[in-house]
Design a protein around this ligand. Structure first.
Ligand code: COA
Length: 203
C-alpha cells in the first residue's frame, strides 16, 4: 500500500487547494493493484539534479520517439526545477517528468492564466504499472502549483492508450485534437486538468 506523504493525496483527487508544499523528497512504497504475484515496488520521487541528465536522456530515447538534445532537458530544469522529477529505485533512475510553466488561454474558460505543460514523462518498461507514472505526475502538479499554475495540460498520441489511461485516471479531459501534431503525421489529444480555481492561484 502506498504511504500517503502529501496532504492532497488524501483529499479529493480534483481538489489541490489543501496540499502541503515543500516536500522535495518522498519515499513511497507502493503495492500495485494488479492481481497476481506480489509486485511491491519501492521507489523514491525526488527533484531532478544535473547529474541525472544521462539517465533521463537514456530513458527518453528508450521510451519515446520524441527525443531532444541535452540543452533542451537542462533548459527545462533551469526554467522549472520544482516541476522536474525523477523516480529512483535501488539508486537507479527509472523514470522522469519535466514541465514548462506557460501563460495562455484557459482550456476551461476563456481567461488568460498560468498553466503547467507536461512536456515529457516516461518510466522504464520493466517498472511500469506500479504507480510511478501517477506519482511523477502528482509530484509535478505540486511543483506547478508552487509556480502559480492553475491548470495543467499535455499532448499525447491518439494511439498511446497506456498514457491516456494514466491521464484519465488522474482526471485529465480531452479538450481538443491536434491534427498531424507529430512529425510522423499522427494526431495528438490535448488533455487538460484544472488544479485550482482562478481566485486561489498563487502568483
Ligand atoms: C505513460 C507511463 C509514463 C505510465 O507509467 P506507469 O508507471 O506505468 O503508470 P501507473 O503505474 O501510474 O499507471 C496508473 C494507471 O494508469 C492505467 N494504465 C497505465 N498503463 C496502462 C496500460 N498499459 N494498460 C491499461 N491501463 C494502464 C492503469 O489504470 C494504472 O493503474 P493500475 O496499474 O493500478 O491499474 C508509461 O506507460 C510510459 O513510460 N510510457 C512510454 C512513454 C510515454 O508514452 N509517455 C507519455 C507520452 S504523452
Amino acid at each position: 500500500m502506498r504511504s500517503l506523504v502529501w496532504g492532497y493525496m488524501t483529499a479529493d483527487k480534483n481538489d489541490y487547494s489543501q496540499y502541503a508544499i515543500d516536500k522535495r523528497r518522498i519515499e513511497i512504497s507502493y503495492k500495485s493493484k494488479i492481481e497476481g504475484p506480489d509486485r511491491t515496488m519501492n521507489f523514491e520521487i525526488r527533484q531532478f539534479q544535473p547529474e541525472d541528465i544521462g539517465s533521463v536522456i537514456s530513458i527518453n530515447r528508450l521510451c519515446l520517439p520524441e527525443n531532444y538534445p541535452e540543452q533542451f532537458f537542462m533548459g527545462l530544469y533551469y526554467h522549472a526545477p520544482k516541476a522536474f522529477f525523477v523516480a529512483v529505485s535501488e539508486d537507479k533512475v527509472i523514470g522522469y517528468i519535466m514541465c514548462r510553466i506557460e501563460r495562455g488561454i484557459s482550456h476551461f474558460s476563456r481567461r488568460p492564466i498560468k498553466k503547467g505543460h507536461i512536456v515529457s514523462i516516461a518510466v522504464r518498461p520493466e517498472y511500469r504499472r506500479h504507480g510511478i507514472g501517477t506519482t511523477l505526475i502528482e509530484s509535478a502538479i505540486n511543483g506547478m502549483i508552487e509556480y502559480g499554475a492553475i491548470e495543467t495540460f499535455l499532448e499525447v498520441r491518439q494511439s498511446n492508450v497506456d498514457a491516456i489511461s494514466v491521464y484519465e485516471s488522474l482526471g485529465f479531459k480531452v479538450k481538443s485534437v491536434l491534427k498531424g501534431y507529430y512529425r510522423d503525421g499522427e494526431s495528438a489529444y490535448l488533455m487538460a486538468k484544472r488544479l485550482l480555481t482562478e481566485d486561489t492561484s498563487v502568483e
